[in-house]
Design a protein around this ligand. Structure first.
Ligand code: BGC
Length: 454
């Protein structure tokens, strides 16, 4: 859409009926011939609107086998989390097969996670990647370029390809560097060598050169960038990355919040400005701790305005990952606390039951969140499930592997924390496998604590 402003007015469900994907499903005998002639439809404002979204059969099979038939037909993100994922790994089909299967399904849209930066995940160990801090040329030529080549195949021109760009990278360069107590040497290195910015810019530019791709950049979540010190500076950094390595803001369709995190969509009983005992909870509650936001919806909507104000296009849209932020089950509050003590009020009223907002690994008590939905609220393109429910965030103890995954003690339930979660317990479930691997016990809890309930 951003590259073709005239297209917006011409978009309609009727036109979409003529799009290549629909032709593939209706006239399957002509599939190959049609595919080679297909050219990409113009970008639309909200790619999720009216779209049938690809269901990953590999994830669906695991969900079904684990008693999750009620959600197994939901679309989830396909993670390109190392070079081998492009061609496929044991138990997981490669990118081309996913795209082929999407076309066979008659899907209009597929969600791909671009996640393999040099020095990946510099403030945590559980999802450290395969590339070293200086491997930017490998990232470009052996990771991004092959993905762009596959996505650019005319056979996929009828698919809208949503790319989730490099989660947990740029936010780390704001909060976990320099003189901050939360700094890590690895994040300082990635800030100094510029390879996150260069890599994100390159990914945006190359993926954005295809007409049917929709790039969404990660903005962390409200419990990460919701503080004033982080919010504005991060927006500036996103703009810097979106104008690096040949990218322009026209390569950015929008932004995504809460990817693979647990931030609640809506705190129903208070916001940061709610006054309890004469003081706003923003300043009087340790849990809120001066954050401007207490939930993901208000955060994403406010960030949209901020991003437009720093130079992104005014028709950007936001996504929120709601795969595991439901917080249902018997412990979910059903009304606001009547306490006049701000600490007690927030702790009795809050739907997000985490010990601390900095906790991110396999959170105990979480549930499946809102089902994927297009255009649920103003400024929001969709609620999406980018983190596939049931896949671990990280191992709770050291496990040898060849996937570049480390052991992060934030995934160990006995860990007493670090400055990034203000030295609280990790809140992680025990006995977790490596990140990305199936975690049966977590999946069962997510089903039980789903909200809305299943
Ligand atoms: C892991 C990836 C995995 C993804 C989805 C990430 O934490 O590092 O390997 O594909 O989660 O489960």
């Amino acid at each position: 859409m951003h590259t073709n402003p005239l297209a917006r007015g011409t978009w309609s469900p009727a036109r979409r009926g003529l799009a290549a994907a629909a032709v593939f499903t209706l006239v399957s005998g002509l599939l190959v011939g049609q595919a080679s002639q297909a050219s990409a439809a113009p970008r639309v404002d909200n790619p999720y609107e009216g779209a049938t979204v690809y269901v990953n059969p590999d994830w669906a099979a695991k969900a079904t086998a684990s008693g999750g038939a009620a959600i197994a037909d939901q679309p989830t993100g396909v993670w390109m989390d190392r070079r081998a994922a492009i061609t496929g790994t044991e138990g997981a089909r490669g990118l081309r097969e996913h795209l082929d299967t999407a076309v066979e399904q008659g899907a209009d849209l597929i969600q791909i996670v671009i996640y393999n930066l040099p020095g990946r995940d510099c403030a945590a160990l559980a999802s450290n990647g395969e590339l070293g801090p200086d491997d930017i040329e490998i990232y470009k030529s052996e990771y991004i370029d092959p993905i762009v080549e596959i996505m650019g195949d005319p056979a996929y021109a009828g698919l809208r390809i949503v790319n989730i760009i490099e989660i947990d990278s740029l936010p780390n360069l704001i909060t976990n560097v320099g003189s901050r107590e939360t700094a890590t040497p690895e994040c300082d290195e990635m800030l100094a060598n510029g390879n996150y910015v260069e890599g994100v810019g390159y990914a945006l530019a190359q993926l954005g050169s295809l007409e049917n791709t929709y790039n969404y950049i990660d903005i962390g979540h409200h419990g990460w960038l919701g503080w004033d010190d982080n919010f504005g500076p991060a927006a500036e950094l996103f703009h810097e990355a979106a104008t690096a390595a040949g990218a322009t803001v026209d390569d950015v369709h929008g932004f995504i919040s809460n990817t693979a995190n647990y931030g609640v969509l809506r705190e129903e009983f208070f916001d940061a400005d709610t006054v309890v005992g004469g003081r706003p909870v923003r300043e009087a509650s340790t849990f809120v701790d001066w954050n401007r936001y207490v939930d993901e919806l208000s955060y994403a909507q406010a960030y949209r305005d901020e991003l437009v104000s720093v130079g992104f296009n005014d028709d950007i849209g936001m996504l929120i990952d709601t795969s595991r932020n439901g917080w249902g089950g018997p412990d979910r509050p059903t009304q606001a606390s009547t306490s006049t003590d701000p600490e007690t009020f927030v702790n009795e009223s809050r739907i997000d039951r985490r010990i601390h907002l900095g906790n991110w690994c396999n959170q105990s008590g979480a549930g499946i969140g809102e089902r994927p939905t297009a255009s649920p609220e103003s400024g929001i393109d969709a609620y999406v499930w980018i983190k596939p429910p049931g896949e671990s965030d990280g191992a709770s103890r050291e496990i040898q592997n060849d996937e570049g995954k480390g052991f992060d003690r934030m995934c160990d339930p006995t860990y007493e924390g670090n400055p990034r979660n203000q030295n609280n317990m990790s809140g992680a479930l025990p006995d977790a496998p490596l990140s990305g691997h199936w975690f049966e016990a977590q999946f069962q809890e997510l089903l039980r604590n789903a909200y809305p309930p299943l």
